[in-house]
Design a protein around this ligand. Structure first.
Ligand code: PRP
Length: 207
């Protein structure tokens, strides 16, 4: 499937294995989320546009580059919040716009509870952050919100994804590249990703 980028980086695979382990405590779990997010940030931003600028070194003036885009990080609450720090380490000037969605346990449909986006978009590229892409309902709803806001360059960065979620997000929004650490086997009857890593929100926040 084009526009879907599972990582093949050995460090990401190793850290993801620790993340999956049920014995990994919340403190370590949060560290791993942040570290994997930073590595995925590197992979997901390879195509960002730059402009040439002059830079004065201690010895002379030379040509360099700076990012042209204004980047908005969009963590989907709660679980996506833990990915922000990893991205900020690489892109400290990024704005952060939170979107609050939870998945109704009975219907598996996303329910919106927080959105404070201003009327006019303030960024040119949005990077959605959410560790888990299950049915894809939350990801599609977030892309819908951002497109309605007026941003059309959107990337999705997650940690694990079920094939069902990838297919739904890709079919609904084929223009949105999907960067993930791994594609898992699928969903169980409750909509949980298998083999998965449990609930990324609960495991980060100790709930
Ligand atoms: C999880 C996850 C995604 C969503 C994925 O959030 O972080 O946002 O479910 O499911 P979907 O692809 O089927 O929409 P959850 O509802 O558990 O909320 P939380 O992050 O607050 O725990």
């Amino acid at each position: 499937m084009n526009n879907v980028y599972p990582s093949s980086h050995p460090l990401i695979g190793t850290k993801l294995t620790l993340l999956r382990n049920l014995k990994t405590e919340p403190k370590k779990f949060r560290e791993l989320i942040r570290e994997i997010a930073a590595m995925l940030a590197y992979e997901a931003t390879m195509d960002l546009a730059v402009q040439e600028i002059d830079v004065q070194t201690p010895l002379m003036t030379t040509r360099g580059t700076s990012l042209m885009e204004r980047i908005g990080l969009v963590p989907v609450l709660r679980a996506g919040l833990g990915m922000v720090e990893g991205f900020w380490e690489l892109m400290p000037g990024s704005e952060v716009w939170h979107i609050g969605l939870f998945r109704d346990e009975a219907t598996l449909k996303p329910v919106s509870y927080y959105n404070k986006l201003p009327i006019e978009p303030t960024v040119s590229v949005c990077i959605i952050l959410d560790p888990m892409l299950a049915t894809g309902g939350s990801a599609c709803a977030t892309v819908d919100i951002l497109k309605k806001w007026g941003v059309n360059k959107i990337k999705y960065v997650g940690i694990i994804a079920a094939p069902e979620g990838i297919e739904r997000l890709h079919n609904t929004h084929p223009d949105v590249p999907i960067h993930i650490a791994a594609i898992d086997e699928g969903l169980n009857e409750h909509g949980f990703i298998l083999p998965g890593l449990g609930d990324a929100g609960d495991r980060q926040y100790g709930t």
